[in-house]
Design a binder for this molecule. Structure first.
Ligand code: TYD
Length: 215
C-alpha cells in the first residue's frame, strides 16, 4: 500500500504523518516513511542542492533535479518495499511536481506527465491525502517560525519557500485542479482544522476505503 501526503509548505503534513505512523504501529503495521526530495544518499545530495542553494536554478533544471531524486528513491527503495508488502508513506510524491513545477513555475503539463511517468516507473499512490490551506495562511505559518530566535539554520525558509505569494497561490490552484481530475485517489482535508480532527478524518477515510488493511 502506498500512501502519499501533499500540500503547500506550512500545511502540517509532517505532524499528520507522524500521527498516522503512530496509529498504524499501534495496529502492528510496519510502515516505511520517506520524504521527497531525498531518501537515498544521492537523493539527499540533490535535496541539498534544491533547497539550500543560494543560486538561481532554472525551472527545467529544478524539474529534472526533483525527478532525478525521485528516480533514485522509487527504484532503490519504494518499488522493493512495495514488492515485499510493506506500507509506504510518502511525504510528497509526483503531485508536488505537477503543482510546484507545473502550476507554480509554468512548465508544460504534458511534458511534466512524460517525465513523471519515466521517473516513477508509473508508480501511483493508492491514496493521496491533501491538506488544503490558502497560500497567505501557509506563508504566514512559515514566516512566523522565523520571527522567533532561530535555534537551527534549517528553521530559515528554504529556496522554494522564498518563491513568493503568487507562486504559492498557483501551486494551491494546481492541487485543487489535481483533486478534481483524480477524485478516486485524493482526499482533501482543511489544514486549519485542529490536528486531532484532521487525524480522525484520515483514519476514518482509510477505514472506509481499506477496511481489511486496518484490522
Ligand atoms: P520540504 O522541506 O520537504 O518541505 P515540506 O515540509 O513543505 O514538504 O521541502 C520540499 C520543497 O520542495 C517544498 O517546497 C516543495 C518542493 N517540491 C517541489 O517543488 N517539487 C517536487 O517535486 C517536490 C517533491 C517538492
Amino acid at each position: 500500500m502506498l500512501i502519499s501526503f501533499e500540500g503547500i509548505d506550512g500545511a502540517g503534513k509532517t505532524t499528520q504523518i507522524n500521527k498516522l505512523v503512530t496509529y498504524l504501529n499501534s495496529r502492528n503495521q510496519e510502515v516505511l516513511t520517506l520524504r521527497e526530495p531525498g531518501g537515498t544518499e544521492v537523493a539527499e545530495k540533490i535535496r541539498t542542492i534544491l533547497l539550500e542553494s543560494r543560486q538561481e536554478i532554472s525551472p527545467i533544471g529544478e524539474l529534472l533535479l526533483f525527478s532525478a531524486s525521485r528516480t533514485e528513491l522509487v527504484q532503490q527503495v519504494i518499488i522493493p518495499a512495495l514488492a515485499v508488502g510493506k506500507t509506504v508513506i510518502l511525504d510528497r510524491f509526483f503531485d508536488s511536481t505537477t503543482a510546484y513545477q507545473g502550476y507554480g513555475r509554468g512548465i508544460d503539463l504534458l511534458l511534466l506527465q512524460s517525465i513523471i511517468s519515466i521517473s516513477t516507473c508509473d508508480t501511483v499512490p493508492d491514496i493521496t491525502i491533501y491538506l488544503d490551506i490558502e497560500a497567505e495562511k501557509a506563508l504566514n505559518r512559515i514566516f512566523a517560525k522565523t520571527s522567533i530566535p532561530l535555534t537551527f539554520e534549517n528553521d530559515e525558509p528554504d529556496r522554494m519557500e522564498r518563491s513568493g505569494l503568487e507562486f504559492y497561490r498557483n501551486v494551491r490552484q494546481g492541487y485543487l485542479d489535481l483533486i478534481t481530475r483524480n477524485k478516486e485517489r485524493f482526499i482533501c482535508i482543511d489544514a486549519l482544522l485542529p490536528e486531532a480532527t484532521i487525524h480522525r478524518q484520515i483514519i476514518a477515510f482509510l477505514e472506509e476505503r481499506f477496511p481489511v488493511f486496518l484490522l
